[in-house]
Design a protein around this ligand. Sequence first.
Ligand SMILES: Nc1ncnc2c1ncn2[C@@H]1O[C@H](COP(=O)(O)OP(=O)(O)OP(=O)(O)O)[C@@H](O)[C@H]1O
Ligand SMILES: [Mg+2]
Length: 353
Amino acid sequence: MSGALPGGAGSRLVGADADGDDQAVEAALRPKDLGEFVGQERVREQLDLVLKAARQRGGTADHVLLSGAPGLGKTTLSMIIAAEMGAPIRITSGPAIQHAGDLAAILSSLAEGEVLFLDEIHRMSRPAEEMLYMAMEDFRVDVIVGKGPGATAIPLELPPFTLVGATTRAGLLPPPLRDRFGFTGHMEFYAPAELERVIHRSARLLEVTIEPEGAAEIAGRSRGTPRIANRLLRRVRDYAQVKADGVITREIAGSALAVYDVDGRGLDRLDRAVLSALLKLFGGGPVGLSTLAVAVGEERETVEEVAEPFLVREGLLARTPRGRIGTPAAWEHLGLTPPQRGTGGGQSGLFEA
Ligand SMILES: Nc1ncnc2c1ncn2[C@@H]1O[C@H](COP(=O)(O)OP(=O)(O)OP(=O)(O)O)[C@@H](O)[C@H]1O
Ligand SMILES: [Mg+2]
């Protein structure tokens, strides 16, 4: 990472991936049942039916696929599924399963009704994936014994179990795998009011006093993501404790997040550097990604993968075949006036296209 942004994008406060600090506290902040799980009304309601029906039948719930961006609650929901079914949960991930044999070992040691949580399921190896197809459908695996022409497949019966797969990239799942899930829940970004509820709940658990306006201030900067909301809450709590009487008001939240360089819309220094270069140096574009990256002293990949997705989602930046463009909302957000352009070219023409 270049020197322009010390610490690099990996440790950014508004990043949606879990950092070490998050992992330590997340267990304590995770809702334990569906009733405590905030938002995601559709997924929650549908899942509630799936689980209730399975309980009534006294059977095992259908396999569940959870897809959605990092930090929206996939791992949390998988634990809730196990808790609601009164079943134990085994946690593993696609990248941890190198060989089909690794998967066979896990599957054959499952207890009846156990929940197997397979995180990052899109990153599993092909042979393991194929073994999983049969395990999901027929609760059976073929264990291959020996090598070469003398190898034999020994069928092994599995107890019924519930597979909960999680993925940030549902599009990367092969259709045969996707089709074997009885229920797919797509997690959406959270509305500010939902994030306020997440923040109030976490504040209670962390024993922090927070005013409604303080929670609203943090929610508005959390990029629709509970993990970020919880992280910002912890940083604001530190500030309130050191600089004030510990109570989180709107003013305290605003000043704290200004110290941490998170603006009113949840943009950090990198995001604003990209926008500001786009608008101030290139008149709002279109400008090529490489040029933009050089202008902010970052790698292309950093600009494209770290900064741009949220800017695009917020409608501040658009990717066009001719290059990156700052939208009218971007000019407004940075408090700048777009240059006047004549007809027959320039940016206005592009917006009409
Ligand atoms: N609906 C929710 N209500 C309350 N808290 C939530 C909710 N969803 C997530 N959280 C909080 O956000 C944190 C991150 O959630 P979780 O680890 O489940 O996300 P994830 O989707 O598994 O992310 P990743 O893709 O990085 O694995 C959890 O510690 C939890 O406290
Ligand atoms: Mg997770």
